[in-house]
Design a protein around this ligand. Sequence first.
Ligand code: PLP
Length: 365
Amino acid sequence: MRECGLSEEEVFSILAEKKAEDLSHCSILSSMCTLPHPVAVRAHILFLETNLGDPGLFPGTAEIEQRLVGLFGALYHLPGAAGYASSGGTESNIQALRIAKARRSVERPNVVVPASSHFSFEKACRMLGLEMRTAPLGADLRMDPAATEVLIDDATVGLVGVVGTTEYGMVDPIPALARLAEEHDLFFHVDAAFGGLVVPFLPDPAPFDFALAGVSSIAVDPHKMGMSTIPAGCLLVRDRDVLDLLNVDTPYLTVKQEYTLAGTRPGAPVVGAWAVLEHLGREGMRAVVAGCMENTRRLIEGLEAFGVERAATPDVNVATFRTASAPPGWRVSFTRRGDMRIVCMPHVTGDVIERFLVDAEAHYV
Ligand code: PLP
């Protein structure tokens, strides 16, 4: 650290230079995050200094966090669902597996996750000393319930299904998995980090939420399709008591116990998340999702017209293609199988897709 500080101008000139090195969202087609909605930015700035880690000091912010939980509970057919705002899908998934492990005391516990699950489950299992059993996918790239059941034994404490897989945008057969969870008394966590703010707004939504008796918890990330500022995730649980399994004493805070993973937690993105969803309502979210799905279809049909085959017909706005090369100047990603992957987030507008298709024609044809 410097002995004598820089002037504010000097600091901001360095920052401006570094910011200019970051990519512009116009060319980013690989991210599940997007530009924050202006309402989220405004709310974020207003609550910049708030800390949900000590909620007694910020009761207004804490109330908005519970309103966000209530909003998701109602959206997921369980208005009384409990939960809290996390830093994102990784934290929510870790916490869900902590609950699954704490709920049952068995030697060498294991959890069953789909082969398509996000790498956060690998982190969670390593941290928690859980064996991660990977269930194969069917030809449709969705978790295969029959193959999943084979992996369940007396030491299985948790089951995971995904709504909107990271790589191919598929929704697992949650009703069949929920039945398995009930039959085997498993904590069933639905990772809807991405699809949790897409599927409910589709014209014919696949069932995935607390309306299914076997679903124990749901992860959803407002900082993905919810257009909040980063970081904003949410973990919801059917049964409030399971959160208490994670409690530790917090002697010097305004609350005496805490089940969250992080201590200090920013209120700003949480308030931003709630503000956007309140502002848009279901009607507004349906419009956002319809636009992203339309752009996904247009992209798939457009590239197929140039002879680039789709790798899957996705359930959510993630398009994948059987090609290992992308038109220059665009930031796409590639799946573990080597397919090109494009996430049609809200910042990937119809105009962006058309510009990409012009470059794609020159590249592929
Ligand atoms: N779960 C799914 C399905 C995801 O797609 C992602 C990230 O893309 C995560 C979890 C992890 O979310 P985060 O990066 O916000 O921790």
